[in-house]
Design a protein around this ligand. Structure first.
Ligand code: AMP
Length: 190
């Protein structure tokens, strides 16, 4: 059973690592970005509302993503673990997650911060070429990250839940480092 938050700037490799770890550890990979993109593609009411935020690289309002994650974590496959990718992204989201986990009698094992130098983030995103990976939107997403998301580093560090990992290493080395951090967390808990 693993409950892990993958944290980091856009382009840090959260999605890549979450996909691998989800297979290895047999727990669902929950990406708010993926859920929102699929809602936009299907033009559901959530998608219609979220679309302009995604296109501009702005954060979707907290109440929308909090409702989305509440629903997702309440589904049966999430009862025995999860990997969160891209949530929480603001302090109110982290506080809402705390309350939700308390309601569900769950506890997050570790928050892993994938640290990657900014020029590498930008070139990775440009290579990836997603619809919101144009230069202007990338610049905005990084600014939003610094303003609204990076304060969460202090939030989780203050509670001794954060492990910083060099996200610039190759993909298997980063995976191994994350698995190590989870082992350490298990030792601490037992
Ligand atoms: P990502 O795939 O994680 O890079 O997310 C893509 C876009 O989805 C972001 O630029 C935001 O517009 C939106 N998004 C994803 N997760 C969140 C979140 N936790 N809070 C607000 N907006 C989000």
């Amino acid at each position: 059973m693993v409950r892990l938050i993958l944290f980091g700037a856009p382009g840090a490799g959260k999605g890549t690592q979450a996909a691998t770890l989800s297979q290895q550890l047999q727990v669902p990979h929950i990406s708010t970005g993926d859920i929102l993109r699929s809602a936009v593609a299907q033009q559901t009411p959530l998608g219609v509302e979220a679309q302009s935020y995604l296109n501009r690289g702005e954060l979707v309002p907290d109440d929308l993503v909090i409702a989305l994650i509440r629903e997702r974590l309440s589904q049966p496959d999430a009862h025995s673990g999860w990997i969160l990718d891209g949530f929480p992204r603001t302090v109110p989201q982290a506080e809402a997650l705390d309350r939700l986990l308390q309601e569900l009698s769950q506890r997050c094992d570790r928050v892993v911060n994938l640290e990657v130098p900014e020029p590498v983030l930008v070139s990775r995103m440009l290579e990836r070429g997603r619809q919101d990976d144009t230069e202007d939107v990338i610049r905005n997403r990084l600014q939003v990250y610094h303003q609204k998301t990076s304060p969460l580093i202090h939030f989780y560090r203050d509670r001794d839940q954060l492990t910083a990992i060099d996200g610039h290493a190759d993909v298997p080395a980063v995976t191994a480092a994350i698995l190590d951090s989870l082992e350490d967390a298990n030792h601490l808990a037992s």
